[in-house]
Design a protein around this ligand. Sequence first.
Ligand SMILES: *[C@@H]1O[C@H](CO)[C@@H](O)[C@H](O)[C@H]1NC(C)=O
Ligand SMILES: *[C@@H]1O[C@H](CO)[C@@H](O)[C@H](O)[C@H]1NC(C)=O
Ligand SMILES: *[C@@H]1O[C@H](CO)[C@@H](O)[C@H](O)[C@H]1NC(C)=O
Ligand SMILES: *[C@@H]1O[C@H](CO)[C@@H](O)[C@H](O)[C@H]1NC(C)=O
Ligand SMILES: *[C@@H]1O[C@H](CO)[C@@H](O)[C@H](O)[C@H]1NC(C)=O
Length: 430
Amino acid sequence: MARAAPRPAVLMVAAVVAVLLPDAAEPRILLTLDDFGAVGDGVADDTKAFAGAWTAACAAADNVILNVPAGKTFRIWPLTLVGPCSSEIKLLISGNIVAPESPSDWGPGDRRQWLHFHKVQDLKVTGGGIIDGRGQQWWARSSCEEKKNCTAQPAPKAVHFEDCHGISVKGITLQNSQQYHLTFTRSSNVEANYLRVTSPEDSIDTKGIHLVDSKNVHVMDNLISTGDDCVSIVGNCTDVRLRAISCGPGHGISIGTLGVNGSVDYVEKIKVDTLFISNAENGVRIKTTKNDVGGFARKVKFESIMMRNVTNPIIIDQGNSDDPADSSEAPQTAATAVQVEKINYIDIRGTSASEHAVTFSCSDAKPCRHLSLTNVNLTRVDGRKASSYCRKAFGKTTGTVIPESCLSKEDFVHHVPRHYEEDEEEDSDS
Ligand SMILES: *[C@@H]1O[C@H](CO)[C@@H](O)[C@H](O)[C@H]1NC(C)=O
Ligand SMILES: *[C@@H]1O[C@H](CO)[C@@H](O)[C@H](O)[C@H]1NC(C)=O
Ligand SMILES: *[C@@H]1O[C@H](CO)[C@@H](O)[C@H](O)[C@H]1NC(C)=O
Ligand SMILES: *[C@@H]1O[C@H](CO)[C@@H](O)[C@H](O)[C@H]1NC(C)=O
Ligand SMILES: *[C@@H]1O[C@H](CO)[C@@H](O)[C@H](O)[C@H]1NC(C)=O
């Protein structure tokens, strides 16, 4: 069939599009660690090779793909990979990256982190490989720290992105971290998806994904199974979305601890949905310390969450020493506290391993307010009746709520300025 010849104007538009859209013809630079003298036998020190490869990738004028080759194991000592780089980098980790096993092998340098990305932008980490912190000896030291029986330093963060923007980490395994598996500090526009994050249940302090002072973060489609928190959110974090995560064993999802050491933390617009949490200490927790400086956790939505054998499925813990949820020795003397408000729990069901399936232990100085429970059904693992615990907790329930809610009515709302009530509705539904 004959077609009319395209008009010149259309041709010109097509040519411009071809130039702008990435396709197979786009210049790309392919590098592998092997090009920089890496051995990859799991014994040799490949730190210099990795550093050299990063420097080359970072300086390259075209988009770079840096491969950590499959079938090999690269032993890497603590390393900082610095940006900004000239163009976008894809770090395709298909083999294994392992840390030195013994803390004494780490040398006298920086022990706060192992693989540290600093001021990097537009980086994609992917490739199906494994980053293994080999943290067993660090955990043993952490356990002696817990018993206050030694003077060990805190264990390192395994993979740490600091002051980074436009980062995605997808489709790799992070395992046996010395402490935190994957941390983002002062970073934005982050995705951490399709990850397998695992350490043994009894590994001390091993946390999954840790967000500090970061915004616009998506954490989705992950398996996280560690000794401590699955995901923790602290500092000034906003616009964080967690979705489709299988979590446990470990300590569940945690906002906080906020307000530690006089830090003023503002956490808001956090949306957590479609989670399966099993055999964990907490389900969804908000934890603050008593402080005199304030801060808040607000506009948080926990939705569609299935709990199985979770000790504290729903918990707000503001550190009251006379409560069942007690976790601090400090007396309740502070004149103010971290304000916890506008927290929504929707469609949360499953089993609690303890009597208090719902715990709202809030502060005298700043009671929790605008808490909302909608369609909650939590029963006890052993079939006995669960109950709720409330202290200074105000809010409402909608639909069926089991165990029966103990929230107080918002009878003090007349103290609240009118305009405050008007932004009641969700503003982030991305
Ligand atoms: C503390 O350290 C001492 C000496 O190293 C040891 O004998 C003792 O068993 C340790 N205690 C605990 C609780 O680990
Ligand atoms: C957190 O936000 C507050 C208010 O914007 C600010 O005063 C404080 O310095 C921030 N903290 C950090 C660590 O950025
Ligand atoms: C608390 O602050 C002090 C003094 O700034 C510091 O030495 C200490 O490490 C901090 N502790 C924590 C847990 O951040
Ligand atoms: C409940 O979870 C705990 C760990 O928190 C585990 O030790 C225990 O075996 C689990 N019980 C059941 C019935 O799964
Ligand atoms: C709550 O959950 C229990 C246990 O799964 C179930 O038997 C019960 O029917 C549920 N109640 C409602 C009102 O959905």
